[in-house]
Write a protein that binds this ligand. Structure first.
Ligand SMILES: [Zn+2]
Length: 768
């Protein structure tokens, strides 16, 4: 199989290195970083640590007949692309393969398209990820090896369109795919491999093939579960078994590529920017990042609910697991991806641009992605170039940096699986989104922190947020307890700590003493439906703020009301003119510890229609909606049984966002590293490098902020910025890397303050 004599790999490598140097010498002036800027990554670092700009022309089966390699080479150079992802094999091969049943692409016609592209890229000084797609096959393959394919309970094959879905527990993954990887590595020497959909059948479909039955029985002594039952220990074991098998495949493929292509010939699969999607594909993000050298992110566009800011967050979430010294390139669609999808039409440039810029702000590396090698809508070829140009000019500030944030928002995949179950959007995603949107809106920098990393990362943070983190192991509970005992602040919402790691209800909140609140009765199995209803429905309910302040404000007074009692707590700042907030959720009684303070109580539902009936039947209850508690060392704890995070994600009422932001500021004792004042929705990301602070301001203000696509960019400004100065930063000068200017900064009391006059799409400020 190996066509090359020994030593060929090394000679190729030397040729490639020389070609890379030649290509760099020929690169346009803007491609060379500004004078005086250090190289962002040491030249001797492995390729997967220094390839900062990526590109992919996703080959369709008709392309071998029309692929204009010279034009695309020009595009690589114009965009300053340093690495390409090239379709190689899997469902179909884009080179003449000798592996049995590795079917050539429909119009390949004997052409070695992958080989030509791989050579062209290497000659141009680019690195190559050979792209695989190893999850299904055509009918002739199925006829030859029916036992390599996934089947349902009655033995019928699982199909995706005309193709048959392969089973992850079959020799397709143990033998066939590694044989292809070996062939490609030995013949073409790509730097590494990716795989579009390497993890096989998702959680929604159970395979009952002989291989699955046998291996699951060997592990558990049980039969494959008949269906989804999150309360069944066998189903739970099936979930864990599936996760473990994907990790085995990850390791198996890496062994194959490294054995054939050398220690740096890595296999990097492909992962999602959405944790719920990782769950549904059995990809254990933390375990994958522990073994990965780079994460190739398939997260191509926003949806209306999560916005562009989700991309910056995805970058921070993955780097939190992977480490900030490694790279996370992200496939960014140049075509109309999302809803609706038009593979051959250009994505509106402003929409594509903001997605890319928010990703870069979150530490992602750009990766333009076209489907097909020929397009009649040529506008898509113009989108990446200006961003890549800017990126190349300022790359030193965009990698090898540490994020600065004092708020950690805690997540775990276990919570997504076992609290979320079949309703992860309702129980996990919405509360998360509500909290993080409130933080973005308030320009409070935060980092996603995995529950396993609370102890590791505790020193970074002034406060942690548990957004309905219901399913917590005893270890996670203990970590949060230690954080608070050490003086850290805590905001927890909804059902946080109410369940164990399997999603089984506990007798009381595991963090009850920290919250200063206890369940009056433990949950039973019969409560599941009610929990779901309460979380999904919007009832005509309110929260009553304490203490009431009626006589203080202008308005009619009802006959027998008491006058003002006491002063409002600072977490209620901004609500001086109201005693109630709209709510929408449903609350039940809790037992509150003496010493804990109830700042909001539940007003039960009353009619909306007809208007004559819209008066509170029970204006006051003792059912708490917001509880503040003082823990050890003066730590501040806020427990918000009212699901305002979920409500804010869904209803977007400013009151909910404001109260969430107030609570975060209070539990963190206002220990925040950034303040940005001025109009608009601006996503702020702050970083440190030795001797400097770097601030990304991404302007998400537009008529399409919550409805894709953006038609037009609308500038905001001036923004009044304050950045807390680290010891090694004098902070008298702020360079604006997009405007291309510098502004003087005022320094006082450890803060550096300056104005950014106008931001169209983004600005990156370097404070030195
Ligand atoms: Zn199977």
């Amino acid at each position: 199989m190996n066509q090359d004599p020994p030593g060929e790999t090394r000679r190729d490598f030397i040729t490639q290195t020389a070609a890379a140097a030649a290509a760099l010498a020929a690169a346009p002036a803007w491609f060379v970083r500004a004078a005086g800027e250090p190289a962002p990554v040491k030249a001797e670092a492995p390729w997967y640590r220094r390839t900062l700009r990526w590109g992919q022309t996703n080959i369709t089966e008709i392309d071998p007949a029309r692929y204009d390699i010279d034009w695309w080479r020009g595009h690589w150079t114009r965009t300053g692309t340093q690495g390409v992802i090239v379709n190689a094999g899997g469902i179909v091969a884009y080179y003449p393969s000798r592996v049995l049943l590795h079917r050539p692409a429909e119009h390949l016609g004997g052409r070695d398209l992958f080989g030509e592209l791989c050579r062209a890229a290497h000659e141009t000084g680019l690195v190559v990820f050979a792209r695989m797609d190893s999850n299904r096959a055509h009918e002739e393959f199925h006829r030859a090896h029916p036992d390599w394919f996934a089947v349902d309970a009655s033995g019928r094959p699982h199909k995706a369109g005309e193709l048959f879905v392969t089973c992850v527990n079959s020799p397709y993954y143990d033998e066939h795919i590694p044989a292809i990887l070996r062939e490609i590595a030995e013949r073409y020497h790509p730097e590494g491999f990716t795989d579009n959909s390497w993890s096989g059948l998702g959680r929604g479909t159970i395979c009952y093939c002989e291989n699955c039955r046998r291996t699951f029985r060997r592990r558990s002594g049980e039969d494959i579960p008949r269906g989804t039952d999150w309360n069944d220990p066998v189903y739970r074991e099936w979930i864990r078994w599936n996760y473990d098998r994907r990790l085995e495949i990850w390791d198996l493929n890496n062994r194959a590529t490294r054995a054939a292509g050398g220690p740096d010939c890595i296999w990097a699969g492909m992962n999602s920017g959405s944790v719920v999607s990782q769950c549904q594909s059995f990809r254990d993000y933390k375990a994958i990042c522990e073994r990965a050298d780079i994460i190739m992110l398939d997260h191509q566009s926003r949806n209306d609910a999560t916005g562009f800011q989700h991309n910056g967050e995805a970058g921070k979430l993955v780097h939190g697991l992977l480490g900030w010294e490694k790279l996370v390139p992200e496939s960014m669609a140049m075509y109309q991806a999302g809803r609706p999808t038009f593979r051959l039409a250009s994505k509106p440039a402003a929409e594509a641009r903001l997605w890319m810029l928010d990703g870069v702000a979150g530490g992602l590396q750009p990766w333009w992605h076209h489907v097909g090698a020929y397009h009649e809508d040529r506008r898509m070829y113009r989108t990446a170039e200006p961003i890549y140009r800017w990126h190349a000019g300022h790359e030193a500030f965009l990698v090898n940096r540490q994020p600065v944030a004092t708020i950690g928002v805690v997540w775990s995949q276990q919570n997504m699986d076992f609290l979320g179950r079949d309703d992860a959007e309702l129980f996990v995603e919405l509360p998360w989104r509500g909290i993080t949107q409130a933080l973005v809106r308030a320009r409070i920098p935060y980092l996603p922190v995995h529950a396993d990393h609370i102890d590791r990362d505790a020193r970074r943070f002034s406060a942690l947020v548990l957004p309905n983190l219901g399913a917590m192991s005893d270890t996670h509970v203990a970590s949060v307890g230690r954080f608070v005992a050490g003086g850290g602040g805590l905001l927890a919402t909804g059902e946080s700590s109410m369940f164990d790691q399997w999603g089984d209800p506990r007798q009381d909140f595991a963090l009850a003493d920290v919250f200063g609140a206890h369940l009056t009765r433990p949950l039973g199995a019969s409560d599941e439906g009610r929990r779901k209803r309460n979380a999904s429905d919007t009832a005509h309910t309110y929260l009553r703020l304490a203490p009431e302040r009626r006589a203080l404000v202008d308005g009619p007074h009802a006959g027998n009301e008491p006058a003002v009692t006491g002063t409002r707590h600072p977490v209620l700042r901004g609500f001086e003119e109201t005693d109630i907030l709209p709510f929408g959720g449903v609350l039940e009684s809790l037992r509150v510890d003496a010493g804990a303070e109830v700042l909001a109580t539940f007003v039960p539902a009353f009619p909306i229609y007809p208007p004559e009936t819209a008066w509170m039947r029970e204006p006051k209850t003792g059912v708490p909606g917001l509880i503040l508690n003082a823990a050890g060392n003066g730590a501040r704890v806020a427990f918000l049984p009212a699901d305002l995070d979920r409500r804010f994600a869904r209803d977007y009422l400013p009151d909910h966002g404001d109260l969430l932001a107030n609570l975060v500021r209070w539990v963190a004792k206002d220990d925040l590293p950034l303040s940005v004042e001025g109009p608009g929705l601006v996503d702020c990301h702050l970083y440190r490098q030795p001797g400097r602070v770097i601030l990304h301001l991404v302007n998400l203000t537009s008529a399409g902020t919550w409805r894709q696509p953006v038609h037009e960019l609308i500038p905001v400004g001036p923004l009044h910025v304050g950045v807390k100065q680290p010891q090694d930063v004098r902070g008298r000068r702020a360079r604006l890397l997009v405007a291309g200017t510098a502004v003087a900064a005022r320094t006082a009391a450890g803060w550096s303050r300056f104005d950014v006059n106008s931001v169209l799409d983004h600005e990156v400020v370097v404070i030195e």
